[in-house]
Design a protein around this ligand. Structure first.
Ligand SMILES: [Zn+2]
Length: 262
């Protein structure tokens, strides 16, 4: 029965999602669970890679629906990804309007602004899934890698603090893989940077941490390969370990709420 429901959702996602929820009232609306969302995003990425995109939920009726709706009743994943123009998030998952809540910033770092955006996506838009997505040939990670190796160059005033959190994952990658060729080392640093952003988020946000610990939110990591268009999803065990570790870290924030404009 459950697999039948999943198949129905699978067929509906990104194409006829409005019909799934068309008769729902806010109190009755339910979304697919996080694992189902991952599978739906994987199939969307497969369509993107194979040139068989459906471009669902991008027409005039969807625009009208979005204008009249609460996105919290529809969006299924919050995504933190890089600003890089080669990583168009909605396209690579063949998704439509009001399906993904996307936060984009150079190097997919998680500083205060990004943590706040993610809190909104997870706690108010109520997405069951958060994906932090790095990508190959990331300029932000490359710049930090060059700096750590001693051949960095001057950057405009606000860029160094933006990418400061990338230094630790780059150093971890170099320390554990000194013999790797530069491409493999870069890819490892990019993967480590995804985990770093997840950990920084878990430290900054008691609300997100609590949802993850209670199983109300699944946090996933991924790597977008510019050459193939494919998204590689990371093993979730390390993220679960990071979640538990963050809860015991004395640097973690324990404040869930702050008043706006005190
Ligand atoms: Zn990038």
């Amino acid at each position: 029965m459950k697999s039948k429901i999943c198949m129905i959702l699978f067929a509906a996602f990104f194409t006829v999602l409005p019909n799934v929820y068309a008769d729902s009232t806010p109190s009755k609306i339910s979304k697919p669970d996080a694992e189902t969302v991952i599978n739906l995003m994987k199939s969307g990425n497969e369509r993107f890679c194979s040139g068989k995109m459906l471009h669902g939920n991008q027409d005039a009726s969807r625009i009208a629906l979005a204008a009249a709706s609460d996105q919290g009743n529809y969006a299924v994943a919050t995504v933190l990804s890089c600003s890089d123009s080669r990583v168009p998030v909605e396209l690579i998952f063949d998704s439509g309007i009001m399906e993904l809540f996307v936060v984009r910033v150079a190097g997919n770092v998680c500083n205060t602004d990004e943590a706040g955006c993610i809190e909104y996506g997870v706690c108010h838009v109520k997405t069951p899934l958060l994906l932090v997505l790095g990508h190959s040939k990331c300029g932000a990670v490359s710049a930090v890698m060059a700096s750590v190796k001693g051949h960095g160059h001057e950057l405009e005033k606000n860029i160094p603090p933006l990418v400061a959190s990338i230094k630790a994952p780059v150093e971890r990658a170099i320390a554990s893989n000194q013999n790797l060729d530069s491409k493999d080392l870069m890819n490892l640093a990019i993967e480590e940077n995804v985990y770093e952003s997840i950990y920084n988020l878990l430290l900054k946000s008691a609300a997100v941490r609590a949802k993850a610990l209670k199983g109300e939110l699944l946090i996933a990591g991924g790597f977008y390969d510019l050459d193939s268009g494919r998204v590689i999803w990371f093993d979730q065990e390390r993220i679960k370990t990071l979640t538990v570790k963050a809860e015991q870290d004395p640097r973690r924030s324990v404040s869930v709420y702050e008043e706006i404009l005190k």
